[in-house]
Design a protein around this ligand. Sequence first.
Ligand code: BEZ
Length: 212
Amino acid sequence: MNLYLGDTVPDFTAPSTAGVIHFYDYLGDSWGILFSHPRDFTPVCTTELGEVARLKPEFDRRNTKVVGLSVDPVEEHERWKADIEETQGHALNFPLLGDQDRAVANLYGMIHPNASDTFTVRSVYIIDPAKKLRLTLTYPASVGRNFAEILRVLDALQLTDRYPISTPVNWEEGAEVIVSPGLSDDEAKERFPMGFRTLRPYLRLTPQPDKA
Ligand code: BEZ
């Protein structure tokens, strides 16, 4: 299945290390991150899962539930957990789906047959509280993801949902943001009392509005 930004993501029920997950119910009103791993007992995946466990408080702070997926069975995940904790220093503290029949992987398009017709690639889906797909990332098996970047995008998405702004290249929390070109200067003055600077009529920068 092809999933495009703005689509409603598919619901599913699947076993996990935290019991059976009914995806929509599990997410509730939270944001969600669903991310896939090629398989258990592999080195890059082990480091990634340790890192997501370390960052769990950061996801919690952003009202975001993380769910991992690997096409191996949950019993294998349970055996792998000890390795993750021992080698990465962080115990798995979020559900890891067992997708042995590839039902979820196929539903979300996580198998890219010309990369591997058996294992999932490293997919990331950011899902908003309305269950709309807001970001996808696809990495090959040989390259570990940068979860700091995923937190950065989450911050940007949540901020741009609250204000008529967008975020410039390499934006980080606390840096200037772009005033929506849809706002007139008068409207922008009203919405952004801290003011803005105009580099071009379509490129106006203002301090991050929730840092006033
Ligand atoms: C890894 O996680 O290290 C890995 C998994 C599948 C293929 C290649 C690398």
